[in-house]
Ligand binder design. Structure first.
Ligand code: AKG
Ligand code: FE2
Length: 280
């Protein structure tokens, strides 16, 4: 499930500021950005920080994309040493965006619960004080050979839900439906909201986590800011008992967010899908 939210209450001027600080960050000299590197001891890749994909094989084709990945919620899990100090307003603006996006996330979660005939706060209440929200800032430079490389390879998100904010003058995000790729049109100031794998698992396949990818563009660079809403990393994830019965047996194995995210990074680098590893 993928939708474009327009009446989300964030003013275009505020969204402009958000995209502005993201753009200013990526324009910094490489040495400055590398202060936030996702490499530990020069080789081991952690999720958080600035960099590119984890490399698992020599044949792997890296995505044409730079990214900065940071935990934004809960506040006590923020690693401020990985939060840019340039541009100076980066932290304040991302913090405000985090608060405002949470409202949209909760509204979406409430609507998903209602569609499943569950209490509207069913999903909202599953996010405890250790549930993590990751922000990922993606920067896709223009690419001289757009036919040779993706901005981001086909994947699904390991989140419960995801909110994507795309720079409003460059398309490039595509969605797979029945084996065909469709362009997601640009709607200025819209936020894209989609279901991630954890929601697919919990809903026992009622909601599908859409396969999507980003194509590169020869002329234009592109930016996006993605918020991934995940549960407490230790919490067990499985189809809700309310949604499993004889007619609709359980379709996914039990996992945890921790294990699943590790699985996602591995499968993403290999070009396969994490969700296939938990299907029964
Ligand atoms: O850049 C985009 O439009 C989407 C990026 C994305 O799918 C992701 O970061 O998971
Ligand atoms: Fe994604």
């Amino acid at each position: 499930m993928f939708l474009q939210a327009v009446g989300h209450g964030m003013e275009p001027s505020f969204l402009g500021e958000v995209m502005g600080v993201a753009r200013d960050f990526f324009k910094l000299p490489l040495e400055e950005k590398q202060k936030y590197s996702n490499l530990v001891n020069g080789n081991e890749v952690r999720i958080e920080g600035y960099g590119n994909d984890m490399v698992v094989s020599e044949k792997q084709i890296l995505d044409w994309c730079d990214r900065l990945y940071i935990i934004v919620e809960p506040e006590n899990r923020r690693i401020y040493s990985l939060w840019p100090t340039q541009p100076p307003s980066f932290r304040d603006i991302l913090s405000e965006y985090t608060v405002r996006c949470r409202k949209i996330a909760n509204l979406f979660l409430q609507n998903l619960a209602k569609l499943l005939d569950l209490h509207e706060d069913y999903f909202v209440n599953m996010f405890d004080e250790n549930a993590l929200t990751y922000a990922r800032l993606n920067y896709y430079p223009n690419c001289p050979k757009p036919d040779h490389v993706f901005g981001m390879k086909p994947h699904t998100d390991a989140s419960v839900i995801t909110i994507v904010f795309i720079d409003d003058n460059v398309s490039g995000l595509q969605l797979q439906k029945d084996g065909v790729w469709y362009n997601i049109p640009i709607l200025p100031n819209a936020l894209l909201v989609n279901v991630g794998d954890v929601m697919e698992i919990m809903s026992n396949g009622f909601f599908k986590s859409p396969i999507h990818r980003v194509v590169t563009n020869a002329e234009k660079e592109r930016l996006s800011l993605v918020m991934f809403y995940t549960m407490n990393p230790e919490k067990e994830i499985e189809p809700l008992s309310e949604l499993v019965d004889e007619k609709r047996p359980r379709r996914y194995r039990k996992t945890t967010t921790n294990d699943y995210i590790a699985q996602l990074f591995e499968t993403f680098a290999r070009g396969t899908l994490a969700i296939d590893t938990v299907k029964i």
